[in-house]
Design a protein around this ligand. Structure first.
Ligand code: ARG
Length: 470
């Protein structure tokens, strides 16, 4: 089929006298990318040929020959010796051309009532559907890793930050569960995308449907779609299913990047809150003391790639007139790369979380700094001395200034000093100034108190299908 220059007689070559230029072939061919859809392409062709035979559009004999040929192609794919040929442009023409070589004439009947326009997007929907399931399970793996560590650290105290300034003590378990919540919403978005995606474009043909008496319900059902898409123009040109998938991945990756950034901060000498295991650290070629959080840094960067690929695809689809245009060929490279990158990042993050060592002593010490229990002092003044909160805020500010001047934490400031600002204070005040008391007091629903966090851990164990504490 290929001439001495490796160029083929194109399947669509009937009206052309000359072969495409090399550069035309390079810009046009997509086989290096869309070969990843070979299984989906075979499945789509099987369903299509069966339906054509059911509807009496091709003979049973031709269908048997086609199915047998597709079996052999599947074997070649699995054995790794299917010949992917760039001169055949894309996966659809590669499979069909190989079928012709294997079974001869009946292969030419497979493309009846079908176009590459409905074929490619059928394959692509099938591919994205599978990839969404994998992305969901990668996120579930991360949730389980986070949950396990949260359970170990229900009571471990760390500083909670706003503006990256010490704000109030929180529990590490509470902090880790925040990411479990985010991942759950991410999974929800992925699930929703998969639901909306699950309609069959097959049978839309080039753009307008077909004059052959096909049955699109048959192909939709055999490929596991919920129904055939109702508008053939929409079926061949819609790519919002891929955009929605990438948007969901982009948001999920954004969450991964926030956790990645925290790992970078926490493992720095300046924070000293955590140490990555050897498996998840890298060394420096010049500085022997270094222990670098490369995987976290790469997740931070790769999240941008996923968002970028979403934006690129949206840019390609934006303002594209109906129906199919070749611009849409680039959807697959962007989508495949985004899914590959996401899966890698989610798994790397689960691995890091699973084995990271938290320096709980350093975290607790940091939590006690920065007057993190000042709000507890103000709340005490409101509760016990019936002060309006605004006045309590002011009085607390003056006490904080005293502690700052003495270079001590609030819990270490002598009662006499505090009484120079508010004489009604007694020893009782110290009961609210420790970081443990502060965290324990925050028992409002969703709060950081170990009591509430333990409840959430149990709930999440049930939700993620893990054994809950009895
Ligand atoms: N390789 C093409 C793509 O990925 C397949 C569809 C080509 N259709 C066409 N009319 N040229 O979009």
């Amino acid at each position: 089929m290929a001439d001495k220059n490796g160029k083929g007689q194109q399947m669509w070559g009937g009206r052309f006298a000359a072969q495409p230029s090399d550069i035309m072939q390079s810009i046009n061919a997509s086989i290096d990318v869309d070969r990843r859809m070979v299984l989906q392409d075979i499945a789509g062709s099987r369903a299509h040929a069966d339906m054509l035979a059911d509807c009496g559009i091709i003979s049973e004999e031709d269908n048997e020959a086609i199915q047998g040929g597709l079996d052999r192609i599947l074997d070649e794919v699995k054995a790794g010796n299917f010949p992917y040929r760039v001169e055949l442009e894309d996966i659809h023409m590669n499979v069909e051309a190989r079928l012709k070589e294997l079974i001869g004439e009946p292969a030419g009947r497979l493309h009846t009532a079908r176009s590459r326009n409905d074929q490619v997007v059928t394959d692509f929907r099938l591919w994205v559907r599978g990839a969404l399931t994998e992305a969901q399970s990668a996120l579930a793996g991360l949730q389980k890793a986070l949950l396990k560590r949260a359970e170990e650290h229900v009571e471990s105290i760390m500083p909670g930050f706003t503006h990256l300034q010490t704000a109030q003590p929180v529990t590490l378990g509470h902090h880790l569960l925040a990411y479990v919540e985010m991942a759950e919403r991410d999974r929800g978005r992925i699930y929703d995308a998969a639901l909306r995606l699950n309609e069959s474009p097959l049978g839309a043909a080039a753009l307008a449907g077909t004059g052959f008496p096909i049955d699109r319900d048959i192909t939709a059902e055999s490929l596991g779609f919920d129904r055939p898409m109702a508008n053939s123009l929409d079926a061949v040109s819609a790519r919002d299913f891929a955009l929605e998938a990438l948007a969901a991945l982009s948001i999920a990756a954004t969450h991964l990047s926030r956790l990645a950034e925290e790992i970078v901060l926490w493992t720095s000498a300046q924070f000293g809150f955590a140490q990555l295991s050897d498996e998840w650290s890298t060394g420096s070629s010049i500085m022997p003391q270094k222990r670098n959080p490369d995987a976290a840094e790469l997740i931070r960067a790769k999240a941008a790639l996923i968002t970028g690929h979403f934006t690129s695809l949206q840019g390609a689809v934006k303002a594209l007139p109906l129906a199919y245009a070749k611009d849409l060929q680039d959807d697959k490279r962007l989508t495949f790369e985004a899914f590959d990158t996401f899966g890698l990042c989610a798994r790397a993050m689960a691995g890091m979380i699973d084995t990271i060592h938290f320096e709980t002593v350093a975290m607790r010490a940091a939590a006690a700094k920065g007057f993190s229990t000042a709000t507890d002092l103000a709340d005490y003044l409101v509760r016990e001395l019936k002060m309006p909160f605004r006045d309590a805020h002011h009085v607390t500010g003056r006490i904080v200034a005293l502690a700052e001047a003495d270079g001590v934490d609030l819990a270490a400031l002598p009662l006499q000093s505090m009484q120079t600002v508010e004489p009604r204070l007694t020893e009782d005040i110290f009961s609210v100034l420790s970081v443990e008391a502060s965290a324990a007091s925050r028992q409002s629903y969703g709060g950081t108190s170990p009591v509430r966090v333990a409840e959430q851990v149990d709930l999440w164990k049930k939700r993620l299908g893990l054994e809950a504490k009895s």
